[in-house]
Structure formats: C-alpha cells, structure tokens
Design a binder for this molecule. Structure first.
Ligand SMILES: Nc1ncnc2c1ncn2[C@@H]1O[C@H](COP(=O)(O)OP(=O)(O)OP(=O)(O)O)[C@@H](O)[C@H]1O
Length: 424
C-alpha cells in the first residue's frame, strides 16, 4: 500500500503525552469525517500561470496525533500551586519587550452574548463551535476547553500561554482572538470565524498542490513565522490542519496551543510527530529554528501529498527524523529540493531561517524568487483558490461534520480549578 493510501485510509487519531513521557495513541472513530466534496479548480494567476488540481478526490479525514509537552507541575501540587501565571508572564514579556502589549481579553463577553451553533472542529480538550453574536449578528468561532481535561493532561500552562500569545499578536495571516471568558467547567476563546476550512482538507482533496500553489501558501506561512519570531514567539505546531483559509483564500494560522514566548531556548517535547525537528526528538535545547524545519516539512507535504519521514509507527517516524536521508519525488523542482535540503537539515548552523539573516534567507531563496513579499503581506495578490462559500452567512460547507455533544455550557457549580485560569 502506498503512503498516499495509508494517509487516506487512516482513521482519526488523538495522541497525547502520558504523564510518564511515553507516547500513547488511541483511535477515536466517533469523529469520522464525511467524504470530501468536489474541490473547485485551483489557480495561481500571480505569474500568469494557471494550474488546476485534481477534482473530486474522495478521502477519509486523517488527523495526525499531537504530542503536548507537559506542564512543569506534578499532579499533587496542581491544586495548590499556580503555574507561572499569565499575569507574571505578561509582566516578564513586557519588561523584555516593551512594545509588546497584550490586549485585555477577559470579562468582555459571556455566553449570553452568543448563540452556539454547530461544531467546526474538535481537539484534545474540547471543541470549536460556530457562534453568532446576539449584538451584531456576525459569526465567530468559539473554542471551548474543558478545565478538568486540561488539568488532567497537564496543559494548564500551555492553555494560559495560548490565550496570552493570541492576545499579543496581530497579523493578516494569524487568526484574531476577540476575547476570553470562563464558567465553572469550561474556558472560552472568541475568535474570528475563518470560513474557508482547513488547508489540510483542501490538500487531501487535491492529493498534492502544483508548485505555484504550494509556493503561495508557503509564502504566507513564511510571513506569519517571520512575524511570530520577531516577537520571540515559537509556534511549534505548524501543519496543514492548523492553517485555515479565509473567504478569499488567504491563510490564517490558528491553534496557538503550543506557541510560547522563547527569547532563547526551550527544552520540552511537543508537536506533531511527522513535523517535529530532530533536536526536539532528541530532547536537546531548541529555539525558533524548529519552526523552519516544520516549514520545510509543510512545503514537502504540500508538494508530495505526504510528509518525508512518515511511518504508521510513531517511534519509527522519530527514527526516520533522526536518521533517514531526505529523499524527493522525481517531480520536485531543483529549486525546491535545494530549499528543502536547507530547511530539513539536522545541522542547525546551516538551517535556513536560523542563520544571521533569519527569515530573509528563506525569502530570498530562488524558489520564492517571483514572490513580491510586500504585495503578499497586503493581500494585494490573487489567491490560487477561493473557497466556494457565501461570505458572512455562517456558511460551514467547507468544514467536516462532527457529532454534536450533549454538553451543557454555562454551568454554575464549584470550580476546583478557579485559581488556575485567572486571566480568562
Ligand atoms: N477561528 C476558527 N474558524 C474556523 N474554524 C476553526 C477556527 N479555529 C479552529 N477551527 C476548527 O477547529 C479545529 C480545532 O481547533 P484547534 O486546532 O484550535 O483545537 P485544539 O483543541 O487545539 O486541537 P488539537 O488538540 O488537535 O490541537 C481546527 O482544526 C479547525 O477546523
């Protein structure tokens, strides 16, 4: 069976790091996605080139496993000791970077402000719903997380970081968070509704993207990484599942669950196995350069339809990341081979993006030669694919269907975790 088939036939998997640092995987068939519907033709007209991609390829959704790093807290102290609080973290960040001002996010909204509509996506700690504002009638996305699960899976600090990082960023290619709130059981994050669905779905429907199409998405991702790194934020979970498409087909990076303010180095293992850099696998100290490795894997996957080190066995994937030689399909252009060899390299002193000129080296690489970066940043360039949606209508046609949960939101009861998420 080809790797393509393996990817297409895999069922949905959720993996989280167990408390003793081993890698568990489980299969959850409850969230089976519906078959993909036909994709419109895909064009990149910026250079006058026109490319169409395979239409009407039916697929089973495959969600890769994620490996969250554990918070530095032991179970027995979690009830009594707060992790480094977001407040403290915010003060530390402001002291280091006075220009970085987080937007206040708490207390602005409550459940009464919205109608909760269908589920758009599910994650390890909850789900994301389409919602409609009772005030302006507009649609938003509401990420709802279960406090109990966050604590159980030792993700308290990450969750506070996610809120903090999203409150600090403002960029055309990054999802905007409007505010957060909480009740006794759940945390809520109000975000822009990004209507065009996941790049992941488009890629699986298309099998792979033509060179100019992959280049367009890669270039927008490159600008988002450049921005985050300029704020000393590492993203750490780059993959097509976390790249959404807006109504015009521009990207929006979402899911800041592993994003972290790291001015120097950090150590902990997290991410999605296929995308994790070797220095993370081998638990060495690492920095922003891990995002450039993942960036290389993303470009590879967009062009090939699969990642370079994939194996159904996660341990084997890690072995491949550490030891396997990077091989390219025959149809890869020499320029992209050259770029990927410089991104997907274990040698940190040679990894593009991690050198003296930072992201400039990536942007100046010949594979990106036709990209006019300023125009791209101002979205003054035609996108290769416009999602077929009715704008502003709460159209969810680009999202898979998920079984709705019988969960009650807004419950008032005793909250054993009230001291852990004070900034929500
Ligand atoms: N702003 C948004 N607009 C539209 N859909 C969204 C938005 N944010 C998230 N989604 C959908 O919900 C899915 C899950 O969101 P997200 O990845 O943030 O959750 P998560 O709990 O962190 O997931 P995971 O555990 O897989 O990391 C996304 O893949 C996407 O399909």
């Amino acid at each position: 069976m080809s790797m393509q088939n393996l990817i297409h036939e895999s069922s949905k998997m959720h993996t989280i790091q167990s408390p003793n640092n081993t890698f568990n995987s489980g299969t959850d068939n409850s969230s089976n996605a519906t078959s993909g519907s036909s994709t419109s033709n895909l064009y990149l007209t910026a250079k006058g080139e026109e490319q169409s991609i395979t239409d009407s390829v039916y697929y089973n959704e495959f969600q890769r496993q994620i490996i969250p790093e554990e918070d530095d807290l032991k179970d027995d102290i979690i009830q009594t000791h707060m992790p480094e609080s977001a407040d403290h973290e915010m003060r530390r960040i402001r002291a280091l970077q006075p220009n970085l001002q987080g937007k206040p996010t708490s207390g602005k909204y409550s459940l009464k402000d919205f109608q909760i509509l269908r589920t758009l996506g599910t994650g390890s700690f909850g789900r994301v719903h389409l919602i409609r504002s009772n005030h302006n009638g507009r649609f938003y996305a509401l990420k709802i997380l279960k406090k109990r699960l966050i604590v159980k899976l030792k993700q308290v600090e990450h969750t506070n970081d996610e809120r903090l990082m999203l409150s600090l960023v403002s960029h055309p290619f990054i999802v905007r968070m409007w505010g957060t709130f909480q009740d006794s059981v759940h945390l809520y994050m109000v975000m822009d509704y990004v209507e065009g669905g996941e790049l992941f779905s488009l890629l699986r429907k298309s099998q792979r993207f033509p060179n100019p199409v992959a280049k367009f998405y890669a270039a927008e991702v490159c600008l988002s990484l450049e921005y985050l790194h300029s704020k000393d934020i590492i993203y750490r979970d780059l993959k097509p599942e976390n790249i959404l498409l807006d109504k015009n087909g521009h990207i929006k990076l979402t899911d800041f669950g592993f994003a972290k303010y790291v001015p120097d180095v950090t150590y902990t293992l997290c991410g999605t196995p296929d995308y994790i850099a070797p220095e993370v696998v081998s638990t060495k100290p690492y920095n922003k350069s891990v995002d450039w490795w993942s960036f290389g894997i993303l470009i590879y996957e967009m062009l090939a339809g699969h990642t370079p080190f994939y194996d159904s066995n996660t341990v084997k994937t890690y072995e491949n990341i550490l030891n396997a030689k990077l091989k390219f399909p025959a149809f890869f252009h020499p320029d992209v081979r050259d770029l990927l060899s410089q991104l997907i390299t274990k040698d940190l002193s040679n990894r593009l993006g991690n050198l003296q000129n930072g992201s400039e080296d990536v942007k100046r690489h010949p594979w990106f030669s036709e990209v006019i970066w300023d125009k791209l940043l101002s979205k003054n360039i035609e996108t290769p694919y416009e999602p077929p949606i009715q704008q502003g209508q709460g159209d969810t046609s680009q999202f898979d269907r998920y079984p709705e949960e019988d969960e009650t939101y807004g419950v008032v009861c005793e909250d054993p975790y009230s001291n852990l998420f004070t900034n929500f």
